[in-house]
Design a binder for this molecule. Sequence first.
Ligand SMILES: Nc1ncnc2c1ncn2[C@@H]1O[C@H](COP(=O)(O)OP(=O)(O)OP(=O)(O)O)[C@@H](O)[C@H]1O
Ligand SMILES: [Mg+2]
Length: 365
Amino acid sequence: MDIQFKQLEKWFGQLQALKPLSMTVQSGEFVSLVGPSGCGKTTLLRMIAGLEEPASGAIHFGGTAVYDNSRKVNLPPQKRKIGMVFQDFALWPHMTVFENVAYGLKAAGRNKEVQEKVSEALDNVQLGSFQERYPHQLSGGQQQRVAIARAVATDPDIMLLDEPLSALDASLRDEMRILLQSLVKKLNMTAVYVTHDQSEAMAMSDRVVVMNDGKVQQTGTPEEIYQRPVNEVVASFIGKGALIQGLVTEVEDVPMLKVNADVQIPLSTSKTKGLEPHDWVHAIIRPEQVSLDTAPAEAGIRAAVETVSFLGERYEVSLTLDGSDERLFAYTPERTVPGQEVSVTVRSTIHLIQHKGGVSREETA
Ligand SMILES: Nc1ncnc2c1ncn2[C@@H]1O[C@H](COP(=O)(O)OP(=O)(O)OP(=O)(O)O)[C@@H](O)[C@H]1O
Ligand SMILES: [Mg+2]
């Protein structure tokens, strides 16, 4: 079932928590809302659920209005047929696992199905043998699985999740991420997933919606958002990378990004159409596009190692460029030492954002 927003807007007093938003989440799609704290993610999710009333606009599920300001339609949450999972699990402490999962079915008067649906939902989260336990007798991960079972037990078409994994430790989070992802697809649900963790959003989603300050900055596949961010906000929030400022210039017919007198990064001629010498641009350079030579070479950009972080399979290095405040990130197979002089080559695509107008295009260095 698809979800359609039409000019949806929300104010809290003087604060515009959501600027007018129009978009469609396709049926069966897994969409993440990401952005910094306070950008409006939870507010939007609560409006879909019917827990928060918008100021204006409309929300349609599968073509039918669940909220429409102009027609005074506003269905209460229990009539919207959605499943919800929250960060804090929100299980009822005085009820067993079975009773927690059965609650929504009983409330909907589906008493005949309770036994079968609860068993099925608990099997889906591998908790079939935990029916008689109380929440305090479960680990955090198990409690969150009960919350997921409760959300899917009523067969909702739409699943709304607000940071469901953020209370769990890192290894459990990975396990639960895979469980959630596969369950939502298996049950063919349309999912809206709120997280402030951009790597989680990119790993799980068909599409990512990047929000800032109540406004949608960009909507796209994880690849589009990562490779072609439309502005600085998206570029700095999504993925690791350095935002380098410079002037477009030409050296012997080769377009360059001039960072300062010493640092110039070549741009390929084939992809610089529309860029003029003296254009002021921001380039995004991801760590995987930077190679590093510990024996300083003539051709490379001179830089110094600033910090070194061991990531298991490789090292992540931050580098300061000679004679500039700019910083780059690179991955290396071997440990380098802070202060070490190196030479840097920017290898493949970098993405450029023009300072004015927010036009973006891809560049190859
Ligand atoms: N009931 C409320 N009354 C007044 N202001 C509110 C209310 N709920 C949220 N806000 C404000 O609306 C803005 C958006 O809040 P929201 O909870 O949607 O952010 P969020 O993106 O979910 O942030 P986080 O990542 O911290 O959960 C914030 O500035 C918040 O202070
Ligand atoms: Mg929130």
